[in-house]
Write a protein that binds this ligand. Structure first.
Ligand SMILES: NC(=O)C1=CN([C@@H]2O[C@H](COP(=O)(O)OP(=O)(O)OC[C@H]3O[C@@H](n4cnc5c(N)ncnc54)[C@H](OP(=O)(O)O)[C@@H]3O)[C@@H](O)[C@H]2O)C=CC1
Ligand SMILES: O=C(O)C1=N[C@H](C(=O)O)C[C@H](O)C1
Length: 236
């Protein structure tokens, strides 16, 4: 039980989902948080893209910061998040684990250092219930690679058939689904006669839940803006 910090009330959009339950368990173990159905200090949304508009409306109307962990969001959702970020603090994270926050930095750096003759492929595997593909994390890692290389992010994710020679600088995606896999991500840099593979393995949803609590603590009382897990890690 923490005694050094103020208790933060979390309003969970989906308390009964897999992530909702993990966050409730992590909050219980931490002792510095309380789950509050409506009037939280921070809104926490790990649900589905359909819920996002309502969650952002609630955040801006009540002037409360919001953590969005939902993946599978489209460009329109990006614009809504940016708009909400003008009036409240908004943190969007496809992956709230500490390991993936660091992996994203490593990927950006590797892409910057390795020349364009190193192709970049992202491979991910998740449990059979996952609805979106590629995972939000895989896409965010692809974006980090493109950022490192200072090129526009172009996805190649439909390789089946013929005439599929690789286009230079595209980021390729491969997706596996099955069983209860919590979340595996490999970023493969395939160069001339060598490969560098940066990997993360999530073994339990509690890693995302603990990261979500760190993000909520970061957001509490934070000024309006769009934030990422890198901001959270830097503030730790
Ligand atoms: N950022 C991160 O670190 C992580 C992100 N995720 C992402 O979080 C999201 C949820 O994952 P997970 O918990 O495994 O999924 P689940 O399917 O277990 O839970 C989703 C929950 O959202 C609820 N829900 C769905 N639509 C709405 C809506 N329109 N309004 C309110 N609630 C809604 C569902 O309720 P009901 O069952 O009643 O429909 C359910 O309780 C996914 O997008 C996933 O990719 C997952 C893990 C880590
Ligand atoms: O749906 C999941 O389970 C996960 N979703 C996130 C994603 O799409 O990247 C994060 C994590 O990999 C688990």
């Amino acid at each position: 039980m923490r005694t050094d910090q103020q208790t933060i009330r979390l309003s969970l959009v989906a308390p009964n989902g897999r992530m909702g339950k993990a966050i409730v368990a992590a909050a219980d173990a931490d002792g510095g948080f309380r789950i509050d159905a409506d009037h939280g200090d921070v809104i926490v949304d790990f649900s589905s893209p359909e819920a996002l508009a309502g969650s952002l409306d609630r955040a801006t109307r009540s002037n409360v910061p919001i953590l969005v962990g939902t993946t599978g969001l489209d460009d329109f959702a990006d614009r809504r998040l940016a708009e909400a970020g003008r009036s409240v603090a908004v943190l969007r994270a496809a992956n709230t684990s500490l390991g993936v926050a660091l992996l994203s930095e490593l990927v950006e750096r590797a892409a910057r250092v390795l020349g364009t003759d190193w192709d970049i492929e992202v491979l991910e595997m998740h449990h059979r219930m996952k609805r979106d593909a590629p995972s939000g994390t895989a896409l965010a890692l692809g974006e980090a690679a493109a950022r490192g290389r200072d090129i526009p992010f172009r996805r190649d994710e439909a390789r089946s058939g013929r005439g599929l020679e690789r286009v230079a600088n595209d980021v390729g995606f491969a997706v596996l689904r099955g069983g209860t896999v919590v979340g595996d991500h490999d970023v493969i840099f395939a160069g001339p006669e060598e490969r560098l593979i940066l990997s993360h393995r999530a073994e339990n949803r509690m890693i995302f839940a603990r990261g979500a609590l760190a993000a909520a603590r970061f957001l509490h009382g934070r000024e309006p803006g769009l934030y990422t897990m890198r901001d959270v890690v830097e503030a730790l």
